[in-house]
Design a protein around this ligand. Structure first.
Ligand code: SF4
Ligand code: SF4
Length: 181
């Protein structure tokens, strides 16, 4: 167990993330397997250590939480089953809830458009989500050749497919926001 300088910051991250953060003994297995570690400013094992130390400001302004692809490799490798993507999700939600500027705003915009599409259609409608994302970021030409190839191969549907349970998915979003419907 790690001796905590100030346990308060740990609790606001540990409880919503559902991760046994105090079990981490800094073995580095998560960081050595993380596919995007090379681009991160704080490595996965360091994120956990920063939580231990209560380095809240550093965590909320780092790029690493936005670069995490939620591949769960860290969880599979961790001897204590710690899922660092869940910690990163908690930190990202805190950045947005506090009105702070995300270290990678385009990634934050992508997250928002992805979730908006899932809420609206029950699952993501890739073409609609990408159009909304481009309109939001003004990054119109990036990825156009790739998008055209995907469209030609039928990877993008022009219209969203309706799914069963669309209403239930919306209800989940309303509940997560604490809205009464
Ligand atoms: S693999 Fe698990 S125990 Fe090891 S440093 Fe990463 S989070 Fe900590
Ligand atoms: S879930 Fe995130 S932190 Fe964990 S290995 Fe994958 S990219 Fe790295």
């Amino acid at each position: 167990m790690v001796e905590l300088r100030d346990p308060q910051p740990l609790r606001w991250i540990e409880e919503p993330s559902g991760q046994p953060i105090t079990r981490c003994f800094q073995c580095y297995k998560c960081s050595s397997g993380c596919p995007v570690a090379g681009a991160m400013d704080i490595l996965p094992h360091q994120i956990v250590r920063f939580v231990h130390l209560g380095l809240e400001e550093e965590l909320l302004k780092c790029r690493a939480i936005w670069l995490c692809t939620a591949c769960h490799t860290c969880k599979a490798r961790c001897p204590n089953g710690i899922d660092i993507s869940a910690i990163n999700d908690t930190l990202k939600a805190a950045v947005l809830a506090r009105g702070l500027r995300p270290a990678l705003p385009a990634v934050a915009d992508f997250h928002r458009q992805f979730l908006a599409s899932v809420e609206k259609h029950g699952r993501v409608h890739e073409l609609g989500m990408m159009v909304a994302y481009k309109l939001k970021t003004g990054n119109y030409l990036q990825d156009v050749p790739l998008g055209m190839r995907m469209l030609a191969r039928g990877k993008f549907k022009l219209l969203p497919d309706p799914i069963r349970g669309q209403k239930e998915v919306r209800t989940l979003f309303h509940r997560a926001r604490g809205e009464q419907r």
